[in-house]
Design a protein around this ligand. Structure first.
Ligand SMILES: [Zn+2]
Length: 384
């Protein structure tokens, strides 16, 4: 993205506004029917579009009312580890400290937050269990009950501004019983990761020992099950071999590939980050990669800065396209850079992205639009 993109989309809007709705569409390569560019269909359809073309931005500008330049950039964050802090480190459910306090979420204009049921590899002396996931679900419920004016579970009838979505991080415990995942998905889990820092019986980890092996048969069975039940596999923390095994499973299900909290390996050579080929596979599936603010994933030497997040965003947009980059801060799990120290600082990231040449519409897609699209994914009706 360049400043040119910002200016051209503004000019297109002015041009279309002068001609009346739809009049200028054809000249700019936008769909001829007004409204065709709205909603998730446009986002899904543009998965194959050339990433650098400004057409998506132009289309959005051409079919929407002019934006209020003072409107805040709402945030849907794909990975915030607050439940783990409460569950394992006795943080009070009032959330008086950390990266995602109620005040910080409000100041950051959060409207969505994915709380992982993080089943740590060392949670039990032997191995993590499904029962641990049950207990974590209880912890999340306690957090939500403590903040009825701020947080509500996805689907709940509530005026609280922040929707809490659920994910599983480190789902190796489900090797115990892959059918158990169904009841977690039924209780709202939208994203399921099969590993954390170590290899699990389901898949190998980016930071594990056996990175050549990918998903086990059980891992593939779980992946298919997750998609069939309407949730998504999270490829963050997976080894490259495991990622590769997820691609055909996602394709068979028509599902987007989601890396909730992973950056670009081209910029920070860390195994937790995504190669350009993986970013392209994510884009081809209609999926997203969530920008992770953890210092070592932003740069491998020196202190990470807010500018590093901007650099990863720009690279990921260049490789995957604007529809395929989201936010996955890793707040309360990672060490964010100075200038992006907690959830209240997201508006500063928005300003930095605008200063780097992204349009307001680009920032909206990264901050909430793309995440909303994948969180709303549903499997196609089963063939008769
Ligand atoms: Zn993680």
């Amino acid at each position: 993205m360049t400043t040119r993109a910002t200016h051209s989309s503004a000019l297109v809007w002015l041009f279309v506004a002068a001609l009346g709705c739809g009049g200028g569409d054809a000249a700019h390569g936008a769909p001829s029917s007004a409204g065709a560019a709205s909603g998730s269909s446009a986002a899904a359809g543009s998965a194959t579009a050339a990433p650098s073309a400004p057409s998506a931005t132009a289309q959005a500008s051409a079919t929407q009312a002019p934006e209020d330049p003072d409107a805040p950039f709402e945030v849907i964050d794909l990975h915030v580890d607050t439940p783990y802090e409460v569950h394992m480190k006795n943080r009070p459910v009032s959330l008086p400290e950390g990266h995602a306090t109620p005040d910080a979420l409000r100041a950051g204009h959060y409207v969505g937050i994915v709380y992982p049921l993080y089943i740590a590899d060392y949670m039990n002396h032997d191995h993590p269990r499904v029962a641990d996931a049950e207990a974590l679900l209880g912890t999340i419920d306690r957090i939500l009950s403590a903040h009825p004016d701020l947080l509500h579970r996805e689907g709940a009838d509530s005026a609280a501004p922040v929707t809490a979505y659920l994910s599983i991080e480190g789902g190796g415990a489900f090797a115990e019983d892959v059918t158990a995942i169904d009841r977690f998905i039924a209780r709202g889990v939208r994203l399921v990761g099969l590993v954390h820092a170590h290899d699990s019986p389901l898949a190998t980890s980016a930071t594990g020992k056996d990175r050549k092996r990918g998903l086990s048969d059980k891992g593939k069975e779980l992946g298919r099950r997750v998609y069939a039940a309407g949730a998504l596999v999270d490829v963050s923390h997976m080894s490259d071999a495991s990622f590769e095994d997820v691609v055909p499973l996602a394709k068979a299900a028509g599902a987007p590939i989601v890396a909730t909290h992973s950056n670009a390996r081209a910029l920070a050579k860390h195994k937790r980050n995504l190669t350009d080929a993986q970013l392209r596979a994510i884009a081809a599936s209609g999926g997203v990669a969530g920008l992770n603010f953890h210092g070592p994933y932003l740069r491998t030497t020196g202190k990470a800065k807010l500018a590093d997040v901007v650099a990863h965003a720009k690279h990921m947009i260049e490789v995957a396209g604007i529809e395929h980059v989201a936010i996955g801060s890793d707040f309360d799990g990672g060490n964010p850079p100075k200038g992006l120290g907690d959830a209240s600082k997201l508006p500063d990231l928005a300003q930095a992205l605008l200063a780097a040449g992204l349009s307001r519409s680009d920032v909206r897609q990264i901050f909430s639009g793309n995440a909303r699209r994948v969180l709303g994914w549903k499997p196609a009706a089963a063939p008769r």
